[in-house]
Design a protein. Structure first.
Length: 110
């Protein structure tokens, strides 16, 4: 298997790919859904909302945070998480461009 040469891709392509990869697991989608539903920073309640162990939830939170989709701040002994609106906006903008191009697509294409 070959290695990916990131220098062949734009910063935007790399950033979107990182975010898309982080969104590629249903537990992470559930975390994003929960954070959107409560519309506030959450400290620890996420484990109670998912059928996963605390270490597994922590790993998924770490992946989402590393991709920049959520923000985390330390409050005492807890880390509080919330949606990173800017990052979600970047993903939305990317897929909106695709949707717009598809709406204007030539119907004769495969």
């Amino acid at each position: 298997m070959g290695t990916t040469k990131t220098e062949n891709y734009s910063e935007n392509q790399i950033a979107i790919a990182l975010k898309a990869k982080a969104l590629g697991h249903p537990a992470r989608i559930a975390i994003i859904d929960y954070l959107m539903k409560v519309n506030a920073c959450i400290c620890g309640d996420i484990v109670n909302e998912l059928p996963l162990s605390q270490p597994t939830v922590s790993q998924h939170l770490r992946e989402l945070k590393n991709a920049g989709l959520i923000k985390g701040s330390i409050e005492g002994t807890s880390i509080c998480y919330c949606i990173d609106e800017k990052a979600i906006g970047e993903v939305l903008e990317y897929f909106s461009k695709i949707a717009s191009q598809l709406a204007n697509k030539n119907e004769n294409c495969c």
